[in-house]
Design a protein around this ligand. Structure first.
Ligand code: SF4
Ligand code: SF4
Length: 504
C-alpha cells in the first residue's frame, strides 16, 4: 500500500533525531531547520476529474439520483395516522418522544428497534464490503454522492477537466468571475436545500418550510440549517477527496472486513505491462495493453493512479474502469484492463491458475448468518408487538396502610400506554388470592362494578389505585397480585405482576 500522504517521512524524523547524536549545536540545528523547512501537512493539489461514459458512470448517476430523491422527498410524504398524531411518513418527533416510519411508531421504551436497525445496517455494510470491497465509499456514502453532484455543477458551469484547468490558470476576468460566482451560488443553494431537508426529518415539513421564511420556525431549525448548509458546502465543494483521505475512519476500518477474495477496482498488470504509448497499426506482441494514456488518472475523483496498486485513497468508484474501457474500445483491445478483481487472481493467472471468485467464505457466511439471526429476531418482535403497555409502581412510603377497622390498604400507580391512533377504554382488573376491594382515584366504577379508564390516542394515562383487603382475609405478610388492563373493545391485554404487602 502506498504511503499515507500525511505521513512524516522517515528522513524528516531521522534528521531531527540525529542532531543530538551528531553533536549539532541547538542554534545550528535551528538554522538547519530553517533552511530545510518542512511542513507537517501537504498542500492540497486540486483534482479536476474528467467526465467518463460507461456502465459504472451510469450506475453512479442512477444511484445519485435515487439517493438524492429519497433524501429530499421523504419528509414531504404524508401518512395520515388519525387523532393528533403527525401525518408525516418519516419523522423523528423529539418534542413528543416518538419516531415515525410509515406504519411504524417507535416509543422511547422501544429504542431497541433503532439499535437493532443500526446493528443490521452495520452488518450489511460489513457483508457487502467483504464481497465487493468499498462499494459503500464508491456509490452510497453521502460524501461521494454530494461531491459527485457538486462536480456535476462545476462541470456544467466551468466545463470538463481541461477547461477547468485552463480556467484555474487564467488571470481574473469578468468571465472567470461570473463562472466562479455562479458555481458557488449553485453550490450554496444545494447546501441550503440539503440542510433544509435534514431539519424536515425532525419537524413537520410543510409548516417548518413556511416557518423558516416568516421567522416562526424553532431556533434549532435555523441552527441546524446553518450548520448543515456550511458543512455541505465545505465538505462537498472544497474538501472533497480530503474528507475520504484524512477525516473518515472507514478506509482504515474496512481493511478488517476484507480478505484476499474481496473484489476491488484493480489494474490487471498481468495484462497491462509492460506499458507504453502505442501507434495505430503497431504490433501488440511483447507489450502490455496499457498505452499509458493516463485517462484513468484524469477520470479519478481522488486524483490517484490505480496502476500504483491498492491505495487507501481509492474509493472504488470504478470511474477509471469506464475511462480505460473507452480507451480499450478505441485501440481495439478487450475491455477490462481495469476491473473488479483481486490481486490473488492476478497472481493465480501469472502462475497459469484459473481465477476464482468464492462468494461463499467463512467471513461472508458468518456475516450472512448474524444478519439473518438479528433480522429474524427483529421481525419476530415487530410482528408480536402489542399496542398497549402497562407499567405499575407499588407505593413505597408507606408500603401499606393499616386502616382503623383492621383492613390493609396498598396503593399502586398505573401508567397505561395506548399506542393506537384512537381513544380506547380499558377495564382494570386484579387477580388476587385474597378478595380485594378496589378504588380508582378520580374515577368511579362502571354499572357492572368494573374499574374503567379511557386513554387518548397515542397517549399515556397515569392512574392511582387503592386495593383494600379485609382484616380477616390477610393471613400472610404478603401475597402476589396480577394487575391487568383489558381493551373493552378488542380484548387486548397488558399485565404486570405485583405484590400486596400486609402485616399478619
Ligand atoms: S486508461 Fe487504461 S490504457 Fe490508459 S493509462 Fe489507464 S490503464 Fe493504461
Ligand atoms: S482509482 Fe479508480 S476506483 Fe479508485 S477512486 Fe480513482 S477512479 Fe475511483
Amino acid at each position: 500500500m502506498r504511503a499515507h500522504p500525511n505521513a512524516v517521512s522517515p528522513q524528516a524524523v531521522s534528521d531531527e533525531g540525529n542532531f543530538a547524536a551528531e553533536g549539532v549545536h541547538r542554534s545550528d540545528a535551528t538554522a538547519v531547520n530553517k533552511a530545510n523547512t518542512r511542513t507537517l501537512y501537504k498542500n492540497r493539489e486540486p483534482v479536476y476529474p474528467k467526465l467518463v461514459h460507461g456502465t459504472f458512470r451510469r450506475a453512479k448517476w442512477a444511484f445519485m439520483i435515487l439517493a438524492l430523491a429519497v433524501y429530499y422527498i421523504l419528509p414531504w410524504i404524508r401518512w395520515p395516522r388519525g387523532g393528533n398524531a403527525p401525518d408525516q411518513a418519516v419523522l423523528a418527533d423529539f418534542a413528543n418522544a416518538r419516531f415515525y416510519f410509515f406504519w411504524l411508531e417507535i416509543w422511547p421504551q422501544e429504542v431497541y428497534y433503532i439499535t437493532g436497525l443500526l446493528i443490521l445496517s452495520a452488518l450489511g455494510l460489513f457483508f457487502v464490503t467483504a464481497l465487493f470491497g468499498r462499494v459503500w465509499c464508491g456509490y452510497a456514502c453521502p460524501q461521494t454522492v454530494w461531491t459527485d453532484l457538486y462536480i456535476l455543477v462545476e462541470r456544467a458551469i466551468e466545463g470538463d477537466r481541461n477547461a477547468r484547468i485552463r480556467l484555474a490558470k487564467e488571470p481574473w476576468s469578468v468571465s472567470k468571475l461570473t463562472k466562479k460566482l455562479s458555481k458557488h451560488i449553485v453550490w450554496i443553494l444545494i447546501a441550503a436545500a440539503t440542510g433544509g431537508a435534514f431539519i424536515f426529518y425532525w419537524h413537520d415539513a410543510p409548516s417548518t418550510f413556511f416557518g423558516l421564511f416568516d421567522g416562526t420556525a424553532p431556533l434549532s431549525a435555523y441552527l441546524f440549517l446553518g450548520i448543515l448548509t456550511f458543512t455541505t458546502y465545505l465538505l462537498a465543494g472544497h474538501a472533497r477527496e480530503q474528507v475520504c483521505i484524512y477525516m473518515c475512519p472507514w478506509p482504515r476500518i474496512q481493511a478488517a472486513m476484507t480478505d484476499a477474495h474481496s473484489l476491488a477496482v484493480t489494474y490487471r498488470y498481468d495484462r497491462g505491462e509492460p506499458r507504453g504509448p502505442h501507434k495505430k497499426g503497431q504490433d501488440w506482441s511483447n507489450r502490455g495493453d496499457c498505452i499509458d494514456c493516463n485517462q484513468c488518472v484524469a477520470a479519478c475523483p481522488m486524483g490517484i493512479d490505480i496502476r500504483d496498486g491498492a491505495q487507501l485513497e481509492c474509493i472504488n468508484c470504478a470511474l477509471c474502469i469506464d475511462a480505460c474501457n473507452e480507451v480499450m474500445d478505441k485501440v481495439n483491445r478487450p475491455r477490462g484492463l481495469i476491473a473488479y478483481d483481486t490481486d490473488l487472481n492476478i497472481t493465480n493467472r501469472l502462475a497459469k491458475k484459473p481465477s476464482t471468485y468464492p462468494f461463499v467464505r467463512p467471513r461472508t457466511v458468518l456475516y450472512a448468518s448474524v444478519i439473518s439471526i438479528v433480522g429474524a429476531v427483529m421481525l419476530f418482535s415487530l410482528l408480536n408487538r402489542v399496542d398497549v403497555q402497562l407499567n405499575v409502581i407499588h407505593d413505597r412510603q408507606p408500603p401499606f396502610v393499616m386502616l382503623s377497622d383492621g383492613s390493609v390498604r396498598n396503593g399502586y400507580t398505573l401508567k397505561i400506554v395506548n399506542r393506537a391512533g384512537m381513544v380506547r377504554n380499558f377495564a382494570i382488573e386484579f387477580d388476587s388470592p385474597v378478595p380485594l376491594s378496589l378504588k380508582l382515584v378520580g374515577a368511579e366504577k362502571d354499572a357492572d362494578g368494573l374499574l374503567q379508564a379511557e386513554v387518548e390516542p397515542d397517549g399515556v394515562r397515569e392512574l392511582r389505585i387503592y386495593a383494600v383487603a379485609a382484616k380477616g382475609d390477610v393471613k400472610t405478610n404478603s401475597f402476589p397480585v396480577k394487575i391487568r388492563v383489558r381493551d373493552t373493545q378488542t380484548g387486548v391485554i397488558a399485565d404486570s405482576a405485583q405484590v400486596f404487602l400486609a402485616r399478619k
